[in-house]
Structure formats: C-alpha cells, structure tokens
Design a protein. Structure first.
Lengths: 261, 295
C-alpha cells in the first residue's frame, strides 16, 4: 500500500484552513491532524482538532459517548468524507472495529487475507493468525467464533497489512472482563513486535491506563487533556502514578471522585 | 379397468410416488445428517396422511361413490400414465416426449430470465444512474398482470415457441430481479466500510462483499421464480400448443379424457417439487456459512 497523504476538501467558507503550504514532505509523525472539524447538521462534533501521533506511539483517546472520538478515528481511517481540515498518514492505516466486522461468508483465513497484496496472501494471513493464537480456527466460519476469537481474527486482519498506524475503535468493549485482560496482553505483545503507532479509542479509563504511552481526553469536540504515562509495562493498576492519573482523568471526563469504585 | 388386487398394487405405487416427491420436497428443511434415524422416522410419519387420502380416494372410486366422469381413480391415473409412456398415440404422443418438450421450454425461459434478472439487478443495485434508468420501467412492467399479456403475445409473437418461452422468462425475471436488487441494496454498509479500509478495488468489493451479501435474498428470489415460471409454463403451454404437456391437456379436454389431464397435472407437480428441491439444495450448499443452516 502506498503512503497516504491526504488533504481533506474544504467544506464551507466559514472555516479558515490552516497553512495550506505545509508540505509534510518527510513525515516525522505516523499521522498528523490539523484543524479537523466535523458537523452533523447543526451540531459540531469536532472543533478544529490538532493531533500528532509519533511513530510507534501508543495513544489512548478517551471521552464520553458522543464526544466525537469515533468521528476522529473514522476521519483518520478515511471513512468520513465530510470532515474539513488536514489529515495525513505516513503509511498504511489499518482499523479494528468495535464489532469485529468479519465477512460472514468468508472463512477466518480468507477474512484475514481479504484485499491483502502480498506475494502469498494465504501464507501471510496464516502467520498472522498464528500470532493471535487462532491458527487452528483458520477454516472456521466467523459465525462459529466466540467474541474474543472474532476480535483476535479482526486484529490479525488489521496487523497483516503491516500498518504504520493502527486504529482501534473500542475493540474490547463488548468482551467479558477476563477476555479483555487477555486481549490487552495480546495487543501489547503485537504492538511491541510490530511497532505501529496505535490510536485506541475507548471509554474505559483503566484500559487506557494499562496500555497507552499517552492518554488524550476529547470533550466538546476538542482535545481537553493530554497525559504521558511513563510507568513501565506490564502495569500494576494500583501504581500511585496511575491511581493519581485515574482520578485526574475521571475528573476531566466529568465524573467526580468517589463515584466509581 | 384393472381388477381390485391390481388396483391396490397400483394405489400403493401411486402412494410411493407421492411419498418420494414429498420427502424430496422436505430435504431443505431437515436439520442434520447425524440423527438420521430420527429424521427417517419423522418423514415416515409425514407419509401417513397422503397415503390415507389416496387409499380413501381409490376406495371411493372403486365403490362408485366418486364417479369416474368427475374424478378418475388413482389406479386408472397410474394405468393411463403407463399407457402414455409405452404407446405413441396419434392423439397424445408419448408422455416422455411431451415432458421433454415442456422441460425444454421451461429451462430455456427460466435460464434466460434468471440471467437477465441478475444482470439488471447488478446494474441497478450498484449504480444510482442505472437504478434511475431501469428500475422505474421494471417496476411498471411488474405491476402488469402477466396472464393478461397472453392475447398481446399471440398478436406479437404468433403461436410458436417464442411466446411460450418469453412468457416463462418474464415470470422468472421479476421475482429474481426484485429480490436480487433488494439483496444488493441490503448488504451491510459496515462491510462496505470494511472493504474500503482494506483497500478493496471496486471489482473485488463486488465479488467479495456485494454479491455474496446479496445471495441469501437472491436465492429466495430464485425460489419464487421457480414457482412463478412453472405456473407460466402450465398456462402458456395451453395456447395453441402442438407439443408438450399443455398440448396433452388441451387434447384430453377435447376428448373428455380426465385421466390424461390428471397425469399431466401430476407430472407438473413433480416437476415443481424437483425444481424446488434443487433450489433448497443450492441454498444449503451456498449458505453454509450461516449458522442456522448447520454444519
């Protein structure tokens, strides 16, 4: 897949676009967002968001429902043509959706190999399935997979394209707590091995704290908070830094201390 | 007329025929192959009521309660069928020859109808321009009662094979077109997004996402097309036919031979059951990915 460099069309004259002459020729970032806005009718969901994602950086984007976090992810995935502003990505972008979106009439292996431009798509897909521990389910129909297996297949399909930016849209939200923990470990292992930049959209503060290098809070269509997490992984959720940050993030999200836990 | 012992034998043959046809019709609904014994038991029970009906029918005919001028007995129908197969009468020809002619008409009309329907549905389903161009015409045509077209068809295409095949074709076309079109439009847009994210080319999107996604409803359309085109065959064949099952029926009507008419109708029924069974088999094979179709 060719590196993508995209300028999004100007939607209306109301908005002044940021410096159009900025070439981003040698992308120092895995992805870059400038002045990204999106309106649904009269409602403005994104208000000129600026975001840089460094190569190999793991970012968690949290926010209340309706805060526009999925809208931002969809814009980065190239699924939203109505956004205004500038978007660029340094290389292939892959997405794992909230529902695994496996094509029901293709067996697991064919799902992973779908649209794959490799010399031997099947062998490449088989390797990817092995990495997520799903090798023995290669010839299963998606309908016969458990929720966790389906998400692992979806992860394999996203990773097999060797993305420079991996977009994860609440991929673990519908899994049970135990499966979620296993999936967190799997994602971290895969991330360490392949080192794509990751943008994880989630509403789960603990998930963000367990995984990310940087946590961003999206509110009112803007990024209202950004924290770096330097605690080494695997992380103990009771680490004092994480406890403090959890309170901070919950307050940012408008949940007063003491309301959770 | 055969004697009573013979009549019983023939009646049992007749029942066997009905039973075979019935069980072939239920193949699609049978769940799995593993509990074979239970399934066989259940289909066996299903045979009781048709057999009882045929036996009562035969009894009513044999005792004279049911006059042969109104409804001939199962035994006499079987006898007629046998005679039609083994003798080439100048009035009716042979049954197998008529069957071949009718099947040919149906197969050609049906095949053309289905191919045209799928092509049209792909064009209108995939492009808004195609939809705007073709769909209004097809919607208008489909609301025309096809049976009402027969007089016009005779004026336009005469009384040869062409109007009969066209009639079958049009009857097969509309259910298939409407369902395939709806199937294409009903494909989950989330899978379309997925295809976009995976960088599928347009042709790959159609091959891997759109057409397989439309298949379940297209196969429902196919089933409806089988029924509609069979009906069209029965009606269309009786217009000035010089061969085929329809010709047999019109000849029999002139000679007041109810028995031949019954034989032709039963053959139509068997054809319908076989075609329906074939579609169900196709559904089972093609939709194996659905959980409700089982392993």
């Amino acid at each position: 897949m060719a590196p993508r460099l995209r300028a999004v069309k100007e939607h209306s004259a109301e908005r002044a676009l940021v410096s159009p002459a900025d070439p981003l020729a040698a992308p120092a970032t895995a992805a870059s967002v400038r002045g990204l806005s999106r309106k649904f009718g009269d409602r403005t969901v994104l208000h000129g968001v600026d975001l840089d994602i460094a190569h190999g950086e793991f970012i968690a984007l949290i926010g209340r429902s309706g805060s526009g976090k999925s809208t931002l992810l969809r814009a980065l995935a190239g699924l939203d043509r109505e956004v205004t502003g500038r978007l660029s990505a340094a290389g292939p972008v892959s997405v794992a959706f909230q529902e695994p979106r496996l094509v029901p009439w293709k067996r697991v292996l064919a799902n992973v190999a779908l649209g794959l431009r490799a010399a031997d798509p099947e062998a490449t897909a088989r390797t990817a399935l092995g990495e997520v521990g799903l090798a023995e389910r290669a010839s299963a129909w998606p309908a016969t997979l458990s929720g966790g297996e389906a998400q692992r297949a979806s992860l394999a399909r996203a990773l097999v394209r060797d993305p420079r930016l991996l977009l994860l849209d609440e991929p673990f939200s519908s899994l049970d707590a135990l499966t979620r923990i296993t999936m967190h470990r799997l994602v971290l292992n895969l991330w360490i091995r392949h080192r794509p930049a990751v943008l994880l959209v989630t509403h789960d503060v603990d998930e963000a704290l367990a995984l990310a290098d940087r946590v961003l809070v999206l509110g009112e269509g803007r990024i209202t908070h950004s924290s770096l997490i330097t605690v080494p992984r695997p992380r103990d959720r009771d680490h004092p830094d994480l406890v403090a940050l959890r309170l901070r993030l919950l307050t940012e999200l408008g949940v007063p201390a003491g309301e959770t836990d | 007329m055969p004697d009573t012992a013979n009549a019983d034998l023939v009646a049992r043959d007749q029942a066997g025929l009905t039973a075979a046809a019935l069980s072939s019709g239920t193949v699609g609904r049978a769940p799995a192959r593993s509990p074979a014994r239970r399934r066989r038991n259940r289909s066996w029970y299903r045979l009781i009521s048709p057999v009882v009906v045929v036996v009562l029918w035969q009894a009513a005919s044999s005792t004279g309660i049911l006059p042969a001028s109104k409804l001939v007995s199962p035994a006499s129908i079987a006898h007629t069928a046998y005679t039609l197969v083994v003798t080439n009468s100048p009035t009716y020809g042979t049954l197998q020859e008529s069957l071949l002619v009718s099947c040919g008409r149906w197969a050609v009309g049906f095949a053309i109808g289905i191919v045209v329907a799928v092509l049209l549905a792909v064009v209108t389903g995939l492009s808004r321009i195609g939809e705007a161009a073709a769909d209004p015409i097809l919607q208008a045509l489909r609301s025309v009662p096809l049976l009402g077209l027969i007089p016009l068809f005779i004026v336009w295409f005469g009384i040869g094979e062409l109007p009969k095949v066209l009639f079958v074709m049009l009857s097969a076309l509309f259910p298939m077109y409407l369902n395939t079109f709806a199937g294409i439009r009903g494909v989950d847009s989330k899978l379309g997004e997925l295809g976009h994210v995976l960088g599928l080319r347009r042709s790959e999107m159609i091959r891997h996402i759109v057409l397989p996604g439309a298949l379940p409803q297209a196969l429902t359309g196919l089933q409806l097309s089988v029924v509609a085109s069979m009906l069209a065959l029965v009606v269309g064949e009786q217009i000035n036919a010089t061969s085929g099952l329809g010709f047999m029926i019109t000849q029999a009507q002139q000679f007041l031979n109810n028995s031949v008419i019954m034989v032709a109708l039963i053959v139509y029924a068997i054809l319908g059951l076989l075609a329906n069974g074939a579609v169900r088999l196709l559904q089972r094979k093609a939709l194996a990915w659905r959980r409700d179709f089982g392993q």
